[in-house]
Design a protein around this ligand. Structure first.
Ligand SMILES: [Zn+2]
Length: 301
């Protein structure tokens, strides 16, 4: 899949818990002298143990939310990773298909998140505590009634779990490389839904756990190779591939044109634009419209 990097969008995402959140550790590590049946996943940072949200879990949250939105807009266009419609199933044998062909024929979600056929182009880092003065901000919860997601503990009378407390902020960085404009819209829609507290994360979400509120202040888009573009334009992958073969099934008119110019600076061999405030709002609107339009028109699998 396209060896060269043509564009990259990057933003810091803050997630603040609005209630107890439990992204489980494989082993419930004892803490604060307690011995809960379940505890949040932890890591060592700067020599001390602290709670965090693994990037792989967050990526799973993004993917499943995007699948949900995609199915709402155009159900037959979105594959199901758990059955034979999964795009990765069609292209399991890498040698059978050139990766441009796998990309061209993958559903909108696999195009960005990847499948077994090719690596995805979104990456989400681990989310660490914004304020690490308190490294283990957890509360003990009575787990009675949440046996549905506990498996083995279902038959026990008493069941405790530790969850990250409400009001704790975590921060991570999200990168999307070689993106099409509608894919930027797709991810910014997830951000909007996180801001609106429509997405829960971790275990026990149907039992009231997992509430978070997202926030993104600015988005940076950079273009290695200093393309000759207007400052108010955002160029997607399709624009760069316009005159090229092989065919990735992208669009030559993969450009968003905003009404305002974001601050743009050449940064070595890169051109970097920073979107904040009203310009960011316009970017979100235009990329979001592009996303909705493309998914609605997407052919069925
Ligand atoms: Zn797919």
């Amino acid at each position: 899949m396209l060896k060269k990097l043509v564009n990259e969008a990057k933003f810091k995402l803050t997630l603040t818990t609005t209630g107890p959140v439990l992204i489980r550790s494989g082993v419930a590590t004892s803490s604060q002298g307690r011995n809960p049946d379940m505890a949040p996943v932890q890591t060592f940072r700067n020599g001390q143990r602290e709670v965090f949200f693994p990037g792989s879990s967050l990526k799973g949250v993004f993917r499943s939310h995007v699948e949900k939105i995609g199915r709402t807009l155009n159900e037959p266009a979105i594959c199901n990773p758990f059955d034979d419609s999964f795009c990765g199933k069609k292209y399991q044998k890498q040698e059978d298909f050139a990766s441009h062909e796998a990309y061209a024929n993958s559903c909108p979600v696999c195009r960005l998140f990847g499948s077994t056929a090719f690596i995805g182009r979104i990456s989400i880092g681990d989310a660490y505590l914004v304020n690490s003065a308190q490294r283990y901000p957890v509360e003990l919860r009575d787990g009675v009634g949440i046996d549905r997601f506990t498996g083995g503990a279902a038959n026990r009378a008493k069941f405790d779990l530790e969850a990250v407390s409400s009001g704790v902020a975590f921060e991570t960085t999200v990168y999307i490389r070689n993106f099409e404009c509608w894919q930027l819209g797709m991810i910014l829609q997830v951000v909007r839904d996180l801001e609106d507290e429509l997405i829960r994360i971790g275990s026990g979400t149907s039992r009231g756990l997992g509430g978070v509120k997202g926030a993104v202040e600015k988005v940076e888009i950079s273009y290695p190779g200093l393309p000759q573009k207007e400052a108010q334009e955002v160029w997607g992958l399709g624009k760069f591939l316009a005159s090229q073969t092989p065919n990735y099934n992208t669009r030559a008119d993969d450009v968003l044109t905003l009404t305002a110019e974001p601050p743009t600076t050449p940064n070595g061999i890169r051109l970097t634009s920073v979107y904040e405030g009203e310009i960011l709002a316009e970017l979100r609107d235009k990329a979001g419209q592009e996303f909705v339009q493309r998914i609605r028109q997407w052919r069925a699998l």
